[in-house]
Design a protein around this ligand. Structure first.
Ligand SMILES: C[S@@+](CC[C@H](N)C(=O)[O-])C[C@H]1O[C@@H](n2cnc3c(N)ncnc32)[C@H](O)[C@@H]1O
Length: 264
């Protein structure tokens, strides 16, 4: 993309949503100070997650996700959409390891309140909703700013979530910086939080700190794409009473997501 067309897209975004555009500027600036984190992932992360959840291992639910995963891929395909990396502008759909963490967390924790940031085509949202339906309890609130510079992608928002699964879902449009604090105040407690929105260190830290105050004892945070900066490592260091786990993505060496467990 040329500099001129990039600037044109930014200008159109400023006109369409001036507050969101203004909130994006400090994020963009803060990225200049980010440096890659050198994490060692834990090969036993799934065992540890199940221990945190008080669930058995080997997990009888684990492989059931494979069927759902194939369904999601084929339903997206019938809409002309591919499941994978960088399918929503520069943003990616969840990959299978993150999806497994989400699936098992919801099934075993049986949460009342799940909050996520970052929907795009809604792969993680679908997995949460499918698991909530199986539990026959709980609700998902998803905060999402549709791609600020690629309006043509907006029609894809939530494409992986069929109407039949929307009963337990509240979609809140806007940046997490604007929407998350008020949502958390209105909910009082969160059992499970999933960060998959803007992966700057500044935004990740903001979301994690905000949510920690509302996280229930025994609560879990699943934080995607922690590799490009130190936010997750710094958070783990600043809150040593929390158990933190670094988990490998299945499709990319050196790419990770993080888990946080607040002891009961
Ligand atoms: C990585 S994608 C989400 C993928 C999704 N969880 C899935 O599994 O399919 C990131 C999403 O967050 C949105 N986003 C970007 N900046 C945001 C912000 N500040 N607050 C909330 N959402 C944001 C993007 O437009 C995109 O829809």
């Amino acid at each position: 993309m040329t500099k001129r067309s990039k600037f044109g897209k930014f200008l159109r975004a400023v006109i369409a949503t001036p507050i969101e555009a203004a909130l994006y500027i400090p994020e963009r600036i803060s990225m200049r100070h980010e440096c890659h984190a050198s994490y060692e992932s834990d090969p036993n992360w799934e065992v540890r997650l199940h221990r945190c959840l008080g669930a058995p291992w080997p997990c009888p639910e684990r492989t059931k996700l494979d069927v759902l995963w194939r369904d999601i891929a084929s339903e997206l395909q019938t809409q002309g959409l591919r499941l994978g990396r960088q399918t929503y502008g520069e943003y990616s759909d969840a990959e299978i390891s993150l999806a497994r963490a989400v699936w098992c967390s919801v099934l075993h924790q049986r949460p009342s309140v799940v909050v996520e940031t970052g929907v795009a085509r809604g792969v993680t949202s679908r997995i949460v909703l499918e698991a909530l339906n199986r539990n026959d309890r709980g609700h998902l609130w998803s905060i999402d700013l549709p791609h600020p510079f690629e309006k043509n992608l907006h029609a894809q928002t939530g494409a992986a979530v069929p109407d039949s699964h929307r009963r337990r879902w509240s979609y809140i449009e806007g940046s997490s910086r604007r929407r998350l604090p008020a949502l958390l105040r209105s909910l009082a407690q969160v059992d499970l939080f999933i960060h998959d929105s803007l992966h700057t260190a500044r935004n990740m830290r903001f979301e994690m700190e905000q949510t920690l105050n509302a996280l229930a004892p025994g609560g879990i945070m699943i934080v995607d794409d922690i590799s490009t900066h130190q936010a997750f490592a710094n958070f783990a260091q600043d809150f040593p009473s929390l158990e933190t786990i670094v988990c490998p993505h299945s499709d990319r060496a050196g790419s990770f997501f993080g888990l946080v467990h607040k002891p009961a």
